[in-house]
Design a protein around this ligand. Sequence first.
Ligand SMILES: Cc1cc2nc3c(=O)[nH]c(=O)nc-3n(C[C@H](O)[C@H](O)[C@H](O)COP(=O)(O)O)c2cc1C
Length: 140
Amino acid sequence: MSLFRIVYVSDAVGDAREGLMPLIDIIGASDRNNRRDHLTGVLMRHDGQFFQAVEGARVDLDRLMGRLRADCRHTNIQVLADSRIDHRLFADWAMAQADAPPALERLLERRSDHGLYNAAFMGDAERILFDTSQALAAAC
Ligand SMILES: Cc1cc2nc3c(=O)[nH]c(=O)nc-3n(C[C@H](O)[C@H](O)[C@H](O)COP(=O)(O)O)c2cc1C
């Protein structure tokens, strides 16, 4: 079965911009649903923006994206990457939650300032995900 990874950024809305409880609710639902759907990934939040990667089968990812687009806790979803992958970076996590590393903080600040993307931006995102997956694995 082919695997895909979607990476996106979005703007958090209302309480979801900073509150701990909205984040706990999101991670709780993600953990429950993603286990059911064999999806894995990571979610980070910084400065009122979400950065998420989700990996799995096409049909499950498309269903999730439909739910995400209808979720009023965030808006302006901008997909940075949607590509076929050979292996999962977050195989052990239905939805890991991680602090944004400095490289992600810089990336999201650039997004706020310029609101545009280029190949370098996506390359940075891929590197951040790889480094985060290594850090999560090392912390286990
Ligand atoms: C930033 C963000 C990330 C989310 N990530 C996931 C996810 O990985 N998996 C998931 O099932 N729901 C996720 N959600 C929640 C969905 O939008 C939706 O509320 C949920 O899937 C509905 O699940 P339910 O029908 O079990 O209540 C996320 C929501 C937000 C705002």
